[in-house]
Design a protein around this ligand. Structure first.
Ligand code: NAD
Ligand code: 44H
Length: 387
């Protein structure tokens, strides 16, 4: 069995690659980072260090690596004969990996079982986004792909920080993991991945994951950044930050319980477990990694505006989420292109225009004015700050 996995970064090596390896797949990692590819291509294996309660070390071997840009022809041939294609490249990168996937699917022998494609990104229905990109490739009309590939949405959960220098290919991860996959996409022939959970309705799981784990995590990052803290575990050890994060998760709990029918106790247990995960002192995770790409995180269907908008539509003012949005607007990181772009939008647009551009909210939406007020406050604050 062979899997082609795009993105040999933190989650690629520390989670998706590991679970596919444990399921018996040979994994072909496709990436664009030449040094990483060379290291993987030269290695027989790497270790995944699970830290926290019940730590363990797992070994991943039986993999190859290739450059998805310079070795496109070889990659297409691999996809043409693979069983599974997964991605963990970031939602905005899916459009760049779609052409090779489309060509690989087109090159498949019609006698083969359909290629099983799963995007493992933090975004609602990321595989649908990928499927749309694949189907829109020149010469890859949706009908030509029919029968040659199936696309399944998934929700992936494991905290994998940026790895420390000198660690080579080894990855430090938390012990917890969850990979929930939409079973219905496979028409009865779902892959056997022992570490994954297959469900008939993914939407409650994916929203619960994004609007609890990722909303809480990003809140810890932005509140922690405001408090001048570097690590997520330090942010969670700060009583004010921890209380603010807890308040945000109380609001998303309200939405998730009423929208998806999770019981209050079940969602509370999920929240408690997550707060412990964020506080894991063995994970060297930083507010800069977790706060990365603030424009993506502040976009319309993402972890802040998504739940806040739905609460506002239900007549609830999401005070704590608005506090987290205000903190996100204050996030700066010269190494983060989106943080720089965010500052540029704030500096060059009216509060209403900036709100619309950053959040995708429409001016008539019940959340719009509250966010526009925060934007205006942030603009006034930035204008007063020394250059
Ligand atoms: N790290 C986590 O804790 C975690 C957990 C769950 C989900 N995710 C999601 O997984 C995705 C990846 O996150 P990450 O933390 O592993 O990031 P990362 O930066 O560590 O890894 C991304 C990898 O993708 C590669 N890449 C970029 N463009 C590419 C292309 N065109 N083709 C092939 N490879 C390409 C990069 O070189 C890098 O190695 C994101 O969507 C993230 O939200 C991350
Ligand atoms: O990957 P992002 O940028 O969407 O979000 C940053 C973190 O919150 C995220 O990577 C978590 O560690 C992960 O989603 C845990 O499952």
């Amino acid at each position: 069995m062979k899997a082609v996995h795009f993105g040999a970064g933190n989650i690629g090596r520390g989670f998706v690659g590991l679970l596919l390896h444990d399921a018996g797949y040979e994994v072909v990692f496709a990436d664009v980072a030449e040094e990483l590819i060379a290291q993987l291509a030269a290695a027989d294996g790497y270790s995944v260090h699970e830290v926290g309660e019940n730590p363990a070390v797992r070994t991943v071997n039986n993999f190859r690596a290739m450059n998805s840009t310079t070795q496109e022809a070889e990659l297409i041939a691999e996809i043409a004969t693979a069983d599974i294609v997964t991605t963990a490249v970031g939602p905005h990168i899916l459009k760049f990996v779609a052409p090779a996937i489309a060509k690989g699917i087109a090159a498949r022998d019609s006698g083969l079982a359909p290629l099983q494609v799963m995007a493992c990104e933090n975004a609602i229905n990321a595989t649908d986004i990928l499927a749309k990109e694949v189907a829109s490739q020149p010469g890859a009309a949706a009908s030509a792909l029919d029968g040659k590939a199936v696309f399944a949405n998934t929700a992936v959960d494991r905290i994998v920080p940026n790895q420390e220098a000198g660690q080579g290919l080894d990855v430090t991860v938390e012990t917890f993991y969850e990979w929930v996959i939409d079973r219905t996409a496979f028409a009865g022939a779902a892959p056997a991945i022992p570490g994954a959970t297959f469900v008939d309705d993914l939407s409650p799981y994916i929203e619960r994951k994004l609007f609890t784990v990722n909303t809480g995590h990003a809140s810890a990052a932005y509140f922690g950044f405001e408090a001048g803290l570097e690590k997520i575990s330090e942010a969670m050890a700060d009583q004010d930050v921890a209380e603010d994060v807890r308040a945000v998760l109380e609001e998303t709990k309200q939405l998730l319980v009423s929208k998806h029918g999770f019981s209050n106790d079940e969602q509370e247990a999920y929240v408690q477990k997550i707060l412990v995960r964020f506080s894991n002192p063995y994970l060297p995770d930083t507010v800069n990694r977790v706060g990365r790409a603030p424009l993506r995180k502040l976009s319309r269907h993402e972890r802040f505006i998504g739940p806040a908008a739905e609460l506002a539509e239900r007549g609830i003012v999401p005070e704590a989420l608005l506090g987290a949005i205000a903190a996100a607007l204050r996030f700066t990181d010269p190494a983060d292109a989106e943080a720089t772009e965010l500052a540029g939008i704030l500096a060059s647009s009216s509060p209403a225009d900036a709100t619309a551009r950053i959040t995708g909210l429409e001016p008539g939406h019940p959340l719009f004015n509250a966010v526009a007020t925060l934007v205006e406050e942030r603009q006034a604050e930035a204008a007063k700050a020394p250059a």
